[in-house]
Design a protein around this ligand. Sequence first.
Ligand code: CO
Length: 172
Amino acid sequence: MIREVRLLGDPVLRKKTREVEAFDEELAELLDDMAETMYHYEGIGLAAPQIGIDLRVTVLDVTQERDGSGLIELVNPRIVESSGTIPSEEGCLSIPGVVETIERAAEVEVEHLDRSGEPATIAGSELFGRAVQHEIDHLEGVLFIDYLGALKRKLVVRQFKKALEEQASTER
Ligand code: CO
């Protein structure tokens, strides 16, 4: 089921998430819905708070195929190593209309569980490395615009609100 994506200003995006403790049917359904929602809105990643759920869960797919073959599910992910820094452009399904360049670690290593609770480690660099840092930030209530300077952030929030208004007026 495609879920509604929460937008900047929704308090759930600022809430710190809880660890998943039950690896049950409900978690499987959440992961399935998150993947479906991510593909529907053409995102490369989606974190549970973005659909209003305060759990440490995220899905990603940075491949071109978009058919589920590149889907990665991370439950209770945690960055255990990071190295280097690299600037790159970033956007977010919760902040449509905004793309800004920010710096992140060039390489990260992430410990996580799969949907059945099995532990695993995944290394990330380039697009996946960036996306996974962005999604794990969501689980801490952090958005990519938080890395911008105060003035720039004010500007992009205005830009986001304007894009929303324009969208609303074309839908009317
Ligand atoms: Co995002």
